[in-house]
Design a protein around this ligand. Structure first.
Ligand SMILES: [Zn+2]
Length: 173
């Protein structure tokens, strides 16, 4: 019998056909911007993205990468086809950001609404619509602010990609 069919390594996770191992010789889609490709850096145990320029250190036995040049300590595990978020900073910071976000959106709008409610415009006055519009504007502006902080915190792929596009657009001028 020239070839025995036994498989020496019994993989714990079912390896499907088409799955690739994480190695420095191959390219993978960038886990941050989901737009560029990350390739192994020569002579270094690291990957770099050709689009967003983030650098990742790799842990080949664990098949995972961690971003090193970001304020967010994020890491991803390669499952053979795609990235899965393995670690995304501590729970307390995330809770704090959500709490501040809710307060930042809710509180100013509530104050503006309360003042409009306490001192209502004279009935029939041409500016009677103004307080409610002002409440709406206050809410929207703070909401945009909080959404921006969230996008930065979670490093959302579309946000990172558009940030890189904008930067390169401005740089080309
Ligand atoms: Zn990237």
């Amino acid at each position: 019998m020239p070839f025995s069919e036994q498989n020496p390594k019994k993989p714990t996770q079912t390896a499907r056909s088409g799955d690739r191992q994480l190695s420095y010789q191959e390219t993978y889609i960038c886990p941050i911007c989901r737009h560029g490709q990350i390739t192994g850096l020569t002579l270094m145990d690291a990957f770099a993205c050709d689009f967003c320029r983030h650098i990742f250190t790799a842990n080949l036995p664990e098949q995972s990468v961690q971003v090193v040049d970001s304020s967010q300590p994020m890491s991803w595990r390669w499952n053979g086809r795609n990235w899965q978020v393995a670690y995304q900073d501590d729970f307390n910071l995330t809770m704090m950001i959500w709490l501040i976000g809710v307060l930042l959106v809710g509180l100013p709008s509530a104050i503006v609404w309360l003042s409009a409610y306490t001192f209502p415009p004279l009935p029939g006055s041409p500016w009677a619509w103004f307080p409610m519009v002002w409440v709406g504007c206050t809410f929207l502006v703070h909401l945009v602010l909080v959404l921006w902080v969230m996008a930065e915190h979670y490093q959302l792929p579309w946000y990172v990609a558009s940030k890189v596009r904008l930067r390169s657009l401005l740089g080309q001028r």
